[in-house]
Ligand binder design. Structure first.
Ligand code: SF4
Length: 356
């Protein structure tokens, strides 16, 4: 777990139950306290160790001398007037800013959370990619996005997607720890079947995730079924080309029994041509998937350059045509609504301008 000391103190939040038990043993305390502290940290919205009422005063004091409880603070928030999408900007203890977005949709309230400050992968259609990379978030900082967003939004979050800033599988250990905490029986947070992790295709960690036993839903940011194009718009494809990615996806599906969701941002004349329809059908002839078609959202707020500046959205008519042709080929496909575009909180738009 990435947990450098801050002012000489360690983040307690983010620790798994076993890690908490070890910590308490090292402090000369009884192990059973770990469960109590775990419930306070992840099942309530307390701000200080002193609010842990069933923990002896002496232990609370010991904890506050060496550990930090809260890892994030709210910097600002913005609500879309169009659809109620709410963007929170949180600040880490190291003064980095990250974004988390709540997307309300009928009875479903989805939290899109971040796993890194920025992202090193430089996908050309993504504002986070344009802002560069600062560092991984700790598991505590991943969890705190959920706890704070629940508190400020004041409604129960029903779904989580690891699709905010950063590539979750490049921050594998902390992403997995946070998933294990969400999945803990000690707190009734959110079941893993309501959580989706998205990846741009970090092949070795797709295998690792498949073998983790977590049975988490996986979304694959594909955006093209041709290596030449994917190399251009997603440079990670040069390291892990499509053939390797499809092999890893097959392994994941066989191992977990879960269908992978393919994320596909529609880019005019780049990946919305007739040959792309044929290519997708061929690529997924052996693999059960569903495709989420995502209209491309503007990157104007990031003053893009080069290829990012040239990318244009596919028209609605062309998207409808593309979708109907995929359906004819028996591919399960849906078009995802764009929400939060007016506050730069839609898919691919998350970035902190001042960090650029
Ligand atoms: S799409 Fe995902 S992996 Fe690509 S740059 Fe953006 S945050 Fe990183």
């Amino acid at each position: 777990m990435e947990n450098d000391k801050i002012n000489g103190k360690i983040q307690l939040k983010g620790m798994l139950l076993g890690e908490l038990e070890n910590t308490l043993t090292e402090l000369g305390e009884q192990k059973f306290r770990a469960k109590q502290i775990f419930k306070w940290m992840y099942g309530s919205d307390i701000n200080t160790f002193d609010e842990m009422l069933n923990i002896p005063k002496e232990l609370r004091k010991k904890l506050s001398e060496s550990y930090i409880l809260n890892t994030l603070r709210l910097h600002s928030s913005q609500v879309s007037e169009k659809d109620g999408t709410t963007k929170y900007i949180f600040e880490t203890e190291k003064n980095h800013k990250i974004e988390s977005v709540i997307i309300p949709d009928d009875n479903r309230i989805t939290l899109c959370l971040s796993t890194q400050v920025g992202c090193p992968l430089d996908c050309k259609f993504c504002a986070t990619g344009l802002m560069g990379y600062k560092q991984n978030l700790t598991s505590g900082e991943i969890i705190d996005q959920y706890l704070l967003a629940s508190k400020y939004f004041n409604k129960k979050i029903t779904n989580i997607v690891y699709m905010g800033m950063g590539e979750p599988l490049l921050n594998y250990e902390c992403s997995i720890s946070s998933l294990k905490i969400f999945n803990s029986e000690l707190i009734s947070n959110i079941h893993l079947k309501h959580i989706t992790v998205s990846t741009s295709g970090i092949v070795p960690n797709i295998y690792k995730l498949a073998d983790s036993g977590l049975n988490i839903r996986l979304a694959l940011s594909l955006h093209s079924c041709f290596n030449e194009i994917r190399n251009e718009i997603m440079p990670i494809n040069k390291k892990y080309p499509l053939a390797e990615l499809i092999e890893a996806s097959k392994y994941f599906t066989n191992k977990t029994g879960l269908k992978i969701t393919i994320e596909y941002i529609m880019l005019k004349d780049v990946n919305d041509r007739d040959e792309d329809i044929k290519g997708l059908a061929k690529l997924f002839s052996q693999l059960p998937i569903k495709i989420n078609i995502i209209p491309f959202n503007s990157l104007k707020h990031m003053n893009p350059e080069g290829l990012s500046l040239e990318l244009k959205p596919t028209s609605k008519e062309r998207i409808d045509y593309f979708v109907s042709k995929l359906k004819e080929k028996n591919i399960q496909v849906m078009v995802r609504d764009t929400q939060g575009e007016d506050i730069d909180a839609a898919c691919g738009q998350l970035a902190i301008k001042m960090n650029k």
